[in-house]
Design a protein around this ligand. Structure first.
Ligand code: SF4
Length: 456
């Protein structure tokens, strides 16, 4: 039975896409291996949003060149956003690379790999010419309906949570972001198909789903109508809320554009919606938001956060902030710090701006030096961490409902789960008995970003 190894660098959407690809290989009779040395096919799925993920993926593929000398039949491929944006250039760069599969072609990964692998395996295994057989493939074309192909899950024992991809693409053109080029325009899946997928997950024991989209609250805006003043996204939330067995719903990431009153109100009558949103702010300065081509003012972002906090009193908000964007002055930077202080985010990912090729911001004047970016990064991180640590500490001594997700990744002798506010909790217990259950835990102590609790 051939073995496939799929490695993912990047975001939750990439993780979800990789899961879909893995499932297709399993259905095709392959086994999945975590050991690339024994794999017959090695696929790397890479996000393009951060330079670091791209560099790791390129470095990894470079190292695999030596691997081909001892195992000439192995098929090597790149998938995902970097494959989409670099295309043939990757084939020219890596002589051993067989496949480049774009973001609208994940569903073809299995057929391409299997065809090349079969051809090689049918030839003599010790033939050095094997590596040249099967040709190379670069498939990065657009494909209608490709958003509907990310829908299958690999049933895992004791799986409490799952990601569900509800749409692909983005129509915004933020000047720092390459996503509109790599993922195409917004395309949404029908509500009934998403609900069928969620029902299937619930039947397998999943209790929490996270709905994924580049701008999740704009789900279905070009395909489906508003009904009784409710956006397609709120209609979808209601439909998923009705699925028996699903206890918690999360979504990521929303955008201030299209974040309307109906979505705020949904948090008052849909109790399965978790008390957490990850809501990217990017900057607290209107001048920088405009340069980023983010079509909202800081005041609007703040107003949405405050309306959400009024709708759900225990709401946790996390965010993304970019520091050192081209032209960012000390005043602009201070506006970001002030907004973080005002909104008291539960946590934030702080990114130092880095020039990404093929993005308008890379060409903007006023690029800042690395020491300035690093200094701002440190200042903002200190603010974010101080608030986050205090928020974790404030939960010590309280009782929290936690969905047990199974053994902790850092210490498999313990269990881990998350509160409705998405805060991680580690505790003692029997994984086979507690995984997938909502438990009341007493929070005993906090080590900064992790809570430790005991079953009440
Ligand atoms: S909203 Fe902006 S940052 Fe987000 S995916 Fe679209 S273009 Fe990129």
């Amino acid at each position: 039975m051939p073995k496939v190894h799929v490695r993912t660098y990047g975001c939750q959407m990439n993780e979800r896409d990789s899961e879909q690809v893995v499932q297709m290989f399993i259905e095709g009779g392959y086994t999945v291996t975590a050991n690339e040395a024994e794999a017959d096919a090695i696929l790397i799925n890479t996000c393009s949003v951060r330079d670091q993920a791209e560099q790791k993926a390129l470095g990894k593929m470079g190292m695999l060149a030596a691997h081909r000398r001892t195992r000439p039949h192995v098929v090597y491929g790149f998938m995902g956003c970097m494959a989409q944006s670099r295309g043939d250039e990757l084939l020219a760069r890596f002589a051993h690379l067989d496949l480049v599969i774009g973001t609208q072609k994940y569903h073809k990964a299995f057929a391409y790999v299997d065809a090349i692998l079969r051809q090689r395996l049918e030839a003599r295994m010790d033939d050095p010419a094997l590596a040249l057989m099967g040709g190379t493939v670069c498939d990065i074309a657009e494909e209608d309906g490709s958003q509907n192909t990310i829908r299958d899950h690999q049933p895992k024992p004791l799986q409490a949570t799952a990601f569900v991809s509800i749409m692909q693409g983005c129509n915004m053109r933020c000047t720092f972001c390459i996503v509109p080029d790599t993922r195409g325009r917004e395309r949404s899946r029908p509500i009934r198909e998403i609900v069928a997928e969620v029902r299937q997950l619930a039947a397998q024991g999943v209790r929490e789903v996270t709905l994924l989209g580049q701008i999740v609250n704009l789900y279905g805006r070009s395909e489906f109508s508003r009904v009784e003043g409710k956006s397609p996204f709120v209609q979808l939330l209601e439909a998923v809320h009705d699925v028996d067995g699903i206890e918690r719903i999360r979504f990521t990431s929303p955008h201030p554009i299209g974040y309307r009153e109906d979505l705020v109100r949904a948090f008052t009558y849909l109790p399965k919606l978790c008390s957490h949103i990850h809501f990217p702010m990017q900057s607290g300065s209107d001048r920088i938001l405009e340069a980023m081509r983010r079509p909202y003012k800081s005041a609007k972002f703040i107003a949405i956060c405050e309306a959400m906090q009024a709708a759900r009193s225990d709401l946790a908000i996390t965010t993304d902030v970019i520091v050192g964007f081209p032209g960012e002055t000390e005043e602009d930077f201070q506006a970001s710090v002030d907004t973080v202080e005002r909104l008291q985010f539960d946590n934030a990912f702080v990114f130092r701006y880095s020039q990404r090729r093929n993005t308008p911001a890379a060409e903007l004047p006023g690029q800042l030096t690395e020491p300035i970016k690093e200094q701002r990064n440190q200042i903002l991180l200190e603010t974010v961490n101080r608030i986050a640590i205090a928020k974790h500490q404030a939960l010590v001594g309280t009782r929290q409902q936690v969905l047990c997700e199974g053994p902790s990744k850092n210490n498999s002798a313990r269990l881990s789960g998350r509160t409705t506010q998405n805060k991680g909790v580690v505790f003692e217990g029997d994984a086979s008995r507690l995984t997938g259950h909502l438990l009341d835990l007493h929070i005993d102590h906090s080590t900064g970003f992790t809570l430790y609790g005991s079953v009440c």
